[in-house]
Structures are given as structure tokens and as C-alpha cells.
Design a protein around this ligand. Structure first.
Ligand code: ADP
Ligand code: ZN
Length: 215
């Protein structure tokens, strides 16, 4: 079964998906993480996607479908939390046509965060090169400057977390991705969670939403 986690860049999808995986045993799939892995390894997909991602634009749908299939794998009973897909209506349709047979799509939970908050979160974000944990220069600084609390790895700023790419990503979200929220709303399996506040409280609201409104 698939639960789609939606929200603008910086809404906290990655953080909450990690918690769902640690605490609820869900399998997390992040298309952004998968693409960054391809870029790091210098694969064909990575070579094609790297510059597009750095600009903050969407990587072509056909590439994403291959990446998604590779990540999802064969039919299973796993509860999959999907972070970063679908990002436009065509991808939402593809998910129904291509993946639904093996992995029924239960619905979508939307982490809602205001634009000003998103910009503040993204521009101060630092990510661990070892384990992928996220920190924030002022909101959630690491104990030791530049180093991850969890694994000691060095922290870096994602190339698409600069002011210009942040603005492109938020515009792409408004022009392409928001329509996906209506898509799930019309199907009757959509719920919205306030994504602002304390991480643990958001997590509680999120799990409540998954057990009540998606059931
Ligand atoms: P964020 O949600 O913070 O923008 P992600 O890690 O989810 O970050 O995605 C990073 C980038 O990877 C996107 O800006 C886009 O270029 C690419 N990407 C990820 N998922 C998709 C997708 N479903 N369709 C197209 N491009 C994608
Ligand atoms: Zn780390």
C-alpha cells in the first residue's frame, strides 16, 4: 500500500517520512533522494538530472517513472510512504495506471506550511552527507558546528537551496504540484495536516490523520 506524502519544498516531508519509517515501520521512498544518489554515482539518469535539479525544475516524467519503479520493486505488502512523487497531474495518473495494481494507493496526506516559513526553512537548511539528516542554522543547529549529531558526518548546503532555485521550486510547486492535491481531494482520499510547529506534534497529527482520514 502506498501513502503519498505531499507538501511544498521545505514542508518537512523528508523529516516526517524518516520518523514514519523509524517509528511505524513504513518503507520510505524519496524520489529526490533517489535522484541525488544517481547524481552522486554519475549514472545516466544522474547526468541528465543533476543540472535540472540544481535549477529547481522538474526532471522529465519518463525518467521519474524508471526511478520510481526501481525504488518500489516487486509486489509486496509493505506500507510505502512516498515522498516527492507525484509532482504533477501526469505523474498522479501514472501512479494509478502503472503502480496501483501491485501497490494500492491509499491516499494523500498534505503537510501545509506558509510560503514565508518555507523560504526560511530552505535557506537555512544543512544536510548530513553521511546519513541525510536535516538541520537548520538557527532553528535546529547541530551541537558541533558543521557536523551531524547522529553520525558525525559533515553538513552541506544542497545546491538547490540557494535563493534563486528556492524561488523556482516554490513556483513549480504552485504551478504544477498543487493540482495533485485537488486530484486526491476529488477522489476522497486526501487529508491536510498543519506542518508548522514542533516536529513531534506534527508527527502525531500526521499519524492520526493516516489512521482516521485515510481509513
Ligand atoms: P524538495 O521537495 O525540497 O524540492 P526533493 O528532494 O523532493 O526536494 O526533490 C529535489 C529535486 O529532485 C526536485 O526539485 C526535482 O528537480 C527533482 N525531483 C524529485 N522528485 C521529482 C518528481 N516526482 N518529478 C520531477 N522531478 C523530481
Ligand atoms: Zn548524519
Amino acid at each position: 500500500m502506498i501513502i503519498v506524502l505531499m507538501g511544498a519544498p521545505g514542508a518537512g516531508k523528508g523529516t516526517q517520512a524518516d520518523l514514519l519509517s523509524e517509528r511505524a515501520g513504513y518503507r520510505k521512498i524519496s524520489t529526490g533522494d533517489a535522484l541525488r544518489k544517481h547524481v552522486k554515482l554519475g549514472t545516466k539518469v544522474g547526468k541528465l538530472a543533476g543540472e535540472i535539479m540544481a535549477r529547481g525544475e522538474l526532471v522529465p516524467d519518463n525518467v521519474l517513472l524508471d526511478v520510481l519503479k526501481e525504488e518500489i520493486g516487486p509486489k509486496s505488502n509493505d506500507v510505502i510512504i512516498l515522498d516527492g512523487y507525484p509532482r504533477n497531474l501526469a505523474q498522479a495518473e501514472t501512479l494509478m495506471k502503472v503502480v496501483e495494481a501491485d501497490h494500492p494507493v491509499r491516499g494523500c496526506v498534505h503537510l501545509d506550511v506558509s510560503r514565508s516559513n518555507l523560504i526560511a526553512r530552505l535557506s537555512g537548511r544543512r544536510v548530513c552527507s553521511g546519513c541525510g539528516s536535516s538541520f537548520h542554522v538557527s532553528g535546529n543547529p547541530p551541537k558541533k558546528d558543521g557536523l551531524c549529531d547522529k553520525c558525525g558526518g559533515s553538513l552541506y548546503q544542497r545546491p538547490d537551496d540557494d535563493a534563486k532555485s528556492i524561488s523556482v521550486r516554490l513556483d513549480v510547486y504552485d504551478s504544477s504540484t498543487k493540482a495533485v492535491l485537488d486530484y486526491y481531494q476529488k477522489r476522497g482520499n486526501y487529508c491536510k495536516v498543519n506542518g508548522e510547529g514542533v516536529t513531534d506534534e506534527i508527527f502525531k497529527e500526521l499519524t492520526d490523520a493516516i489512521s482516521t482520514c485515510l481509513n
